[in-house]
Design a protein around this ligand. Sequence first.
Ligand code: BG6
Length: 482
Amino acid sequence: MTGVDLIIFGASGDLSARKLFPALFQLDRAELLPDDLRITAIARDKVAVDVFLDGLRLRMGHYMGGEAPTDSEWRHYSRHFQYVGADFSDGKNYGAVRETLDDTRISLFYLATPPSLFAPICNNLAEQTCLTGDCRIVLEKPIGECLDSSKEVNETLAKYFSERSIYRIDHYLGKETVQNLLALRFANRFINSQWDANCIDHVQISVGEVVGIEGRWSYYDRVGQLRDMVQNHLMQLLCLVAMEPPNSLEAESIRDEKVKIVKALRRIDVNTVSECVVKGQYTQGWAAGAAVPGYLDEAGCEQPQSDTETFIAIKAHVDNWRWAGVPFYLRTGKRVPEKVTEIIIQYKELPHNIFGDGTNIPNKLIIRLQPREGIELTMASKRQTLREKFSLQNHTLDLDFREAADMQRIPDAYERLFLDAINGDQSLFVGREEIEESWRWCDELIAACGQQNIASKPYHAGSWGPSTAELLIEKDGRSWHV
Ligand code: BG6
């Protein structure tokens, strides 16, 4: 393979120290980074590479705890690095970037910057002739904050990069357990053959976090939980659960199937929004045993009357042959009681029960994406007793991925994503159409909430959203799994 130059803009930012450089380090430790990979870190401070690396090691150590590099590991990792100290919003500074590039190698530009800098960086790279060789670009959400702004970002990217060279990250796709959804569905015949409206009653996807908005008040207040989590992460999970088997694991095949699901999502409009959407905003309460302030009392609050949702529950439908009549209940919130991402597949009751009243307990498949990654399947079996001829009991088959893994630790999402971007594999990156179709659906939902004045209902920090979120599912005779 041609050598790769990884050029990271925003190298002194929080994401870089918390996720990007630790992920690259773990790959180096596992001997998975190409030996000749060159990492060019770009940040504003005009310092020597050693000074940058000393600072980076300290910050990484803070996040990595017991997994932090030893001296010899750090020496091994540092050999990949060069550093450019420059204000990258200014085109004049790109000469220094140009000097580090080599047209005989692949340039992989990684924009770990605020989205407002995506367009200026691309324009500057082009104007300063940094895009002459084989170039790829990696960027993070948010790709826009609505359909129009996401189109704008995508148009800018398309001016300089073909779709095959654009790697849009949704870090949920890099999580091992999220990829396991593909294995679960398409490598197990018995699961795949029971995966439709004939067998499944409904699906729940819950993504909860104990943390609040973590010092990001002004960003978060503009977007809220729908744009921050549903438009991307929950949408991706929904697609992986609902999509048809792709022809192969090629990026095109997977993306094609995912886009069909987003397009098949029933629009939530003024007529349906009141029965399909519940929004919430946390008030003071508890998180991990400590008292915490409400959203409007968080540091940095600029709008004491803000109605931005920190919790949202949605009843969605995928209008296609496979999923006709099967509701997908989605729920995500900040300051809920636990950090959890799980998908519940609730099977239907048996069509005819021969075991007597109260024994028709439908199977449930619980896919735990984080924490305690694994799968649980509830099943009925006969109770071992002579006192009753047929008494049934429920058992749980529990597959714990951590115990089953042949590795000591489950890799972080960014490790997989870096490896794939370096190797030119786009299958775990998001395509333009998926993003735009997802925004189209979200924009309509947001507009409908506005037209029907769907306000965010208060819920105590440490609870699973407002009580109306329970009603959303209970009025259908169902209940949330947790
Ligand atoms: C990010 C959101 O994309 O995902 C954050 O912007 C959220 O608000 C985070 O906290 C959750 O990611 P994870 O991997 O911790 O579930």
